[in-house]
Design a protein around this ligand. Structure first.
Ligand code: ATP
Length: 359
């Protein structure tokens, strides 16, 4: 094990998210790894004690002085989180979808579902260029429909958003996906990369994404490549999830379909993620802040705990990451102390205590 001290900033987030992050941090501390934990205030505390600009500076400085960030989720109260993605250029959002015995899946045969969605994380419709239709007209941009001759935005009122797919970023997401597929193949998985997007309609953007991914995968003779139009793929994700290994998608579809994937194994409470840049990463559950259950102490911390395990693996604490995953597996298989969203009645704290006991 690497014994150099690592620095991790913990940003608990808003609403119910801190209720999952704090007990998970307790679990992580109990491993006594050479990690210096720096815990930032949760969103309410941030809003109460500092200006938004100060909070943004704090998040930026904490991210820049840490090897990784462990983050809950924000509904807006925790400021400056955009820096973790766009500021640190964490271009690949890795979202494993894996069923384990005891997970409350709505599918008849969830056994063996084990794949990873790589969601491009910084471009597409989330690039951040949008505005008023009138601005397009004023800028002299061609607002005539490519699809329907005669159809124009001229004289119309409303808003637009720009979908951005750059070659450089798509190539690095594709390379990342191939490396991941190779690593998984070495661990006994299929060695397959599946690309999905709406390339039949979005002939410039998603077709570029598809073509570049196909080109990059072609450079890996040990990998199999397949591609599906995203609406067809949404069905396959439910009907044939066992066929999947590594799936790469543009930002918006990756965001939506990874929630769908989480649904097939038993819900958002079970889905972890990591957002990787060239030399930095942060880790967060796929779910949001679950405001409807805030304050009740029942949020399922599994997604946070598994995100933490991904972080430990990234930091080189592979054995500790494996211990956490094995403990989660054993608590679900045992089925005695389960979170409410998995059909149990355990509080968040009670569930984490059980994971800690078997670790
Ligand atoms: P966002 O837009 O940030 O994704 P959201 O409010 O749309 O946020 P979530 O916060 O992910 O979505 O919540 C969606 C639903 O799933 C809510 O009913 C919430 O309570 C539930 N949920 C999400 N995460 C968990 C969890 N870890 N444990 C239990 N229920 C959860």
């Amino acid at each position: 094990m690497d014994t150099t001290l690592k620095k991790v900033a913990v940003i608990p987030g808003d609403d119910a998210a801190p209720e999952a992050i704090h007990p998970t941090l307790g679990l992580l501390r109990s491993l006594e790894l050479p990690i210096e934990w720096r815990v930032l205030p949760d969103g309410n505390e941030m809003a109460r004690t500092m200006s938004r600009a100060e909070a943004e500076d704090l998040v930026r400085e904490a991210a820049d002085s840490s090897e990784a960030v462990f983050f809950g989720a924000t509904s807006g109260k925790t400021a400056g989180i955009g820096y973790l993605r766009w500021g640190k250029q964490t271009f690949a959002n890795v979202r494993p979808i894996r069923w384990r015995p005891g997970y409350c899946s709505p599918l008849k045969h969830p056994e063996g579902i084990d794949y990873v969605i790589v969601r491009e994380n910084i471009e597409d419709l989330y690039y951040g260029i949008d505005g008023d239709i009138q601005d397009l007209l004023a800028a002299g941009i061609n607002v005539n429909s490519r699809i329907r001759p005669g159809e124009t935005l001229e004289g119309k009122h409303g808003a637009y958003a720009v979908k951005v797919i750059t070659e450089e970023n798509t190539r690095r997401v594709a390379e990342f996906s191939c490396q991941l597929a190779l690593n998984r193949k070495a661990a006994g998985h299929q060695g397959k990369v599946t690309c999905s997007a709406k390339y039949n309609m979005l002939r410039r953007t998603d077709e570029l994404f598809r073509r570049l991914v196909a080109e990059v995968v072609a450079g890996y003779p040990d990998l199999v490549y397949e591609e599906y139009i995203v609406d067809d793929f949404a069905r396959r994700l439910v009907a044939n999830p066992h066929d999947l290994d590594v799936v790469v998608m543009p930002n918006l579809f990756g965001d939506i379909l990874s929630d769908e994937g989480a649904g097939t194994i038993g819900g958002l409470g079970l889905a972890p993620s990591g957002c990787y840049g060239a030399e930095w990463a942060y880790f967060e559950p796929v779910h949001g802040t679950a405001p409807d259950i805030a304050g009740r102490g029942i949020i399922n911390p599994t997604a946070s705990i598994l995100s933490a395990a991904m972080m430990l693996d990234y930091l080189g604490f592979t054995e500790a990451a494996g211990r956490i995953e094995a403990a989660i597996e054993s608590v679900y298989a045992e089925g005695r102390i389960l979170p409410v969203d998995q059909g149990g009645s355990a509080s968040t704290e009670a569930f984490v205590a059980r994971v800690r006991d078997v670790m």
